[in-house]
Structures are given as structure tokens and as C-alpha cells.
Design a protein around this ligand. Sequence first.
Ligand SMILES: Cc1cc2nc3c(=O)[nH]c(=O)nc-3n(C[C@H](O)[C@H](O)[C@H](O)COP(=O)(O)O)c2cc1C
Length: 314
Amino acid sequence: MKTRITELLGIEHPIFQAAMSWASSNSALVIAVSNAGGMGVLAAGPLRIEDFKRIISEIRSGTKKPWGLNIPLNNPKAREMLDIAFDAKVPVMVASQGGPREHLARFHAIGTKWLHVVASVEHARKAEAAGVDALVVDGAEAGGHPPPSEVGTLVLVRRVVKAVKLPVVASGGIADGAGIAAMLALGAEAVQLGTRFIATPEASVHENYKRAVLEADVEGTAVVGRGMQPIRQLKNSFSRKYEEAQRSGAPAERLNAIFEESSVKQAALDGDVEWGKVEAGQSAGLVDEILPAAEVMRRLVAEAEAARRRLASL
Ligand SMILES: Cc1cc2nc3c(=O)[nH]c(=O)nc-3n(C[C@H](O)[C@H](O)[C@H](O)COP(=O)(O)O)c2cc1C
């Protein structure tokens, strides 16, 4: 499957492992996906600077294939991390949450391809005008930070593909080869999967987190924090407490306080899947097995090919 994205990035398959704070804040998952011909993406957000440097050097010695780095540009450590990424000549940036314009010239000068994560048509157009190389478009099914508009992937990806000339990577709700074929049919030129890659031995979250993803069905997630920066996570005691407070008309400060009581770290590191923020997408309901990342990649490619054959035979 050759697309403008596989050509741009020099990857074999149009499949990204999404940046996921904690779950892909390590080298093992990124290396496994990139070595399997996909695009492994390191989530730098939660990392301390010394760990960030160590993990970059582990990735560089673990794979000769292209790999990506996600830095949320509104992160207080973003500038320092960008300088380190520049010195390391990171092959691909997958930046989120903030404007890319001021960074593009120096990264393009060293050959870095810059992709930008967007969740609306307006931001897609802005990122294109700023000069990024491609877009990652997140729809409402996505784990982590879905679009505040809650427009689903099916509609948003199609709308953005029609609104811009840049190649688009579809993200949110994709967990198997049928989903990949669907997104390619919409005009996306690659896909990004987060939740599917949580259920791998390489993902750096607690076993309880992985088990919770396997156990969840498609109705098993909630959007918490509507009206602020909403997150999609598995339903648990924390999400119910927040929703109850919201339903009973609690003031914004009270909702904020409840939101801040919980963290992704609590779920990912300590395994507290009742009171932590267990970020995951609706596609958790399509994931029922922990498999090595290379095997996930192999199955995704085979399933996408099968889906294409099935469509061709209709
Ligand atoms: C546990 C988790 C953590 C995430 N952390 C980040 C992050 O640090 N930066 C980012 O740009 N997106 C983050 N996301 C969003 C993913 O990059 C991606 O858009 C999403 O997982 C796609 O939806 P899916 O989970 O249905 O595949 C996160 C998602 C999850 C599930």
C-alpha cells in the first residue's frame, strides 16, 4: 500500500502507532512498530529531560527505520525538548496542541518531516497554511484528547480530506484492518492507532490498564471534562464522580478540583484503574488480545489487504 504518506516518510505500511502519554513514552513500543514497517511515535509529554534523552538514544540504536516524536507544544518543557530533538535530527515530528509555524524552518532544514495533529477543519487549514508536511486528524472516538466538537472520525476525516491538499492520517476508533481500509476509502493516506497498541507487551502501562482495555466494550468509555479540555477514558469511579458532580450542577471550580484529583500516571504507573484517568478510545471494544506489537502490525496489514479484496469482489 503506497500512499503519499508512505512515500513522504519512507515507511513500508501506512500505519502509525499513536503517541500515547505513558503507554508510548518508552523505546520498546516505538522500536517494535518502526522495525515492523510502521511509524512508531514516542510520546514525550510526561518525560523528564534526562529520560527523554536516554529514550531517544535507545530508539536510535534500536531501529534504523523512520520513527516519530510527539511533543505537545503547550508543554512547559516543549522548547527544551525541541532543541534536543533538533540535535538528534529526529526523522518525524508529530506535534500537537499549539502552533507549528515558528519551528518549521529549522526542522525542515535538517530534513525532519513535520506532521501536525488537528481535530477541526479550521485547525487543519491553519496547519496547512503554516507549511506542515501532513496532518493527523483526530475524531471523537479517539482515546486521550478527542475534538471538543465531538465530530466522529468518519465525518471529520472526510471533511478535512476535502478541505486541504495535504495528505491526511486518520486517527480515532481504528483497531483493525477493516478500519484501515475504511479510512483509506475516505481518502486518508495512512491511519493512526492508539488504543490497539496499549494491548501489547511493549506498551509501558500497568497490567491492570491493559486488562481494563481488554475488558471494555464499545460503550465502555466516557468523555470527562466537557467544556474544558475533554479527555476520553474508560468509565470508572473517577469518571462517574465527575459526571455526577456535573449532573448536580457543581460549579466550575468544583469540577476542576475533581478533574485534578486524578491523573493518567495514577492508572498507568500505579495500576489504579478505578480512580486514575484510564485514557483509551471507543476502539477498546474491538481489542480483546494482548499481542506483540510486531504481530499487531502483521495482522493489521493482512486484515487491510483482506478488506480490500472483499470490497473488490462485491
Ligand atoms: C493513553 C493515551 C494517551 C495519549 N496521549 C497523547 C499524547 O501524549 N499526545 C497526543 O498528541 N495524543 C495523545 N493521545 C491520542 C493518540 O495520539 C491518538 O490520537 C488516539 O489514541 C487515537 O484513537 P484510538 O485510541 O481510538 O486509536 C493519547 C491517547 C491515549 C489512548
